[in-house]
Design a binder for this molecule. Structure first.
Ligand code: 5GP
Ligand code: ZN
Length: 119
């Protein structure tokens, strides 16, 4: 299991710590959900682990509980956001996928029909 500490210069570590403002949507012991500052859909929520992990490529077999916590919070967010018609869950990994913030985050996007394949 990865045991990284919060990074002083990590944007999402600072949001989780309350050092930077965010609009909370849901919260658990392991994870925190907040609205994306530049929403790509009517409902766009980011779910981050409270402890720092760089991205999905850094996950290890011992991180299964943490992953489960992320998806549990995603289910709660989908319900509270009223996304009964469906929604999309996205992990961007690396430059080609457009990953910009190097702290693992699960995008929850909904409130409109989603095209496939994504851009
Ligand atoms: P990525 O492109 O790395 O998968 O997603 C990063 C997401 O973080 C983007 O959708 C971007 O709009 C969002 N974001 C970047 N900075 C902030 C911020 O300071 N606050 C919030 N709430 N979202 C942010
Ligand atoms: Zn971080």
């Amino acid at each position: 299991m990865t045991t990284s500490q919060p990074l002083a210069d990590c944007l999402f570590c600072r949001i989780v710590a309350g050092e930077l403002p965010s609009e909370e949507v849901a919260s658990s012991d392991e994870a925190y959900a907040f609205r994306d500052i530049n929403p790509a859909a009517p409902s766009h929520v980011l779910i981050v682990p409270r402890r720092h992990l760089t991205d999905a490529a850094a996950l290890e077999p011992g991180d299964s509980e943490l992953l489960s916590a992320l998806f549990s919070l995603a289910q709660a967010v989908a319900t509270s956001e009223g996304l009964s018609g469906g929604y999309r869950l996205v992990f961007n990994v690396g430059e080609d996928a457009g990953n910009t913030v190097p702290h693992l985050h699960l995008h929850v996007l909904g409130g409109r029909p989603m095209a496939w394949p994504p851009g």
